[in-house]
Design a binder for this molecule. Structure first.
Ligand SMILES: CC(C)(COP(=O)(O)OP(=O)(O)OC[C@H]1O[C@@H](n2cnc3c(N)ncnc32)[C@H](O)[C@@H]1OP(=O)(O)O)[C@@H](O)C(=O)NCCC(=O)NCCS
Length: 148
């Protein structure tokens, strides 16, 4: 069985998936902090009771920001992140939010394809924004989706 739900309790699968997906994964403490912060929410996609994909976002005064999104490598390219994005965008529209922002490494072709197919447009660039374990830091695109 699969389902998307908003998370309201700590979940170890978040840091496990994050560390499999990024050079510098976030710790359990970072996820726990985000969970209790007002204006922050985490949506998870579960398969048979296990979190396999998730998105963390903030919403302040009508402006949403995706802080991170990741799908466990063994579940990637099955449409899960797209379903989470559809959920986030629908929730923000229903609340009357104006826009949704995120940052994405300029070399992250899969993520850029996902965001641009959701309607995000490039709104700026941050130089050397992401450190890498190997190689030079990578720039970030700032992407914005107008919700109205
Ligand atoms: C980016 C990421 C979240 C996408 O998650 P996902 O659940 O695999 O994404 P989906 O299956 O919903 O695919 C959405 C779109 O992304 C692109 N995409 C994702 N994986 C792809 C792959 N292996 N090959 C080609 N395109 C891919 C496609 O455009 C796809 O849409 P399509 O299938 O209609 O062509 C996932 O690759 C991931 O966790 N990457 C590591 C963490 C990361 O980079 N997060 C984003 C930081 S900005």
């Amino acid at each position: 069985m699969t389902a998307i739900r908003q998370l309201n309790a700590p979940c170890t699968q978040l840091e496990q998936i994050h560390s499999r997906c990024f050079d510098y994964g976030w710790s359990a403490g970072v996820f726990a902090d985000l969970l209790i912060k007002p204006h922050h929410r985490t949506y998870v996609f579960e398969a048979d009771g296990d979190v396999v994909s998730f998105v963390v976002m903030a919403v302040v005064e009508g402006e949403g920001e995706i802080l991170t999104i990741a799908t466990d490598p063994s579940y990637q390219h099955k449409g899960l992140a797209r379903m989470l994005m559809v959920q986030v965008i629908a929730a923000l529209r229903a609340e009357g939010a104006e826009s949704l922002f995120l940052e994405c490494a300029t070399d992250n072709a899969y993520a850029l394809r996902l965001y641009e197919s959701c309607g995000f447009k490039r709104a700026g660039r941050r130089k050397a924004y992401y450190s890498r374990k190997e190689g030079e830091p990578v720039d970030a695109h700032i992407l914005r989706l107008a919700l109205h």
